[in-house]
Design a binder for this molecule. Sequence first.
Ligand SMILES: CSCCC(=O)C(=O)COP(=O)(O)O
Ligand SMILES: [Zn+2]
Length: 205
Amino acid sequence: MQTDEIRLRAAELIDAGRYIHGRGWVPATSGNFSARLSDGRIAITVSGRHKGHLTSDDIMLVDEEGRSLDGKKPSAETLLHTSLYRRYPAVNAVLHPHSPGSVLASRLFQDEIVLEDHELLKALPGIDTHESRVAVPIFPNDQNINRLALRVDEYLELHGDSHGYIIAGHGFYTWGASVADALRHLEALEFLFDLEIRLHGVKKP
Ligand SMILES: CSCCC(=O)C(=O)COP(=O)(O)O
Ligand SMILES: [Zn+2]
């Protein structure tokens, strides 16, 4: 059943996809997006769809464990979304771009990229001064999404809240209380990754 809430969240994800693709952050059919509904179900992109040209047919519902509720095939990376929703009750949207900044950062830095002394850090929740240090962890890519989700979850358990994480040679994940918030975090992080890459050069020393 298409409730108003589902239609609204789907429209937000469709608009976000058009914007993110326009910026070159989800080339081909890469990336995936989701939003949590008030009853705990999750609206998520169908696997393999082009995220720049999404329609309502490309947004489906899964339960909290990532199981399809409507017979469609959810994103191959659904478990990376559901584990974030499980960990963070205040998070209602997760966005995953395959952006050049995140991929290049993973070639240049190991384990984490540190963002500090940037006014734009204030676009991230809980940060109100440029005198802040944000470490974005970098995990090795893994075709076993369950194993990757566990690895990320273990890191977050150990290190506390995070604004996002990079998967090496792949892309990054970020999240927020709403699709608009997650999109702001995505744009800020990608901008800061790009600045750090330019600052440090694109080749490893
Ligand atoms: C063509 S990109 C490879 C898969 C991927 O990393 C991705 O983000 C898209 O997968 P999905 O199943 O969500 O379409
Ligand atoms: Zn991906």
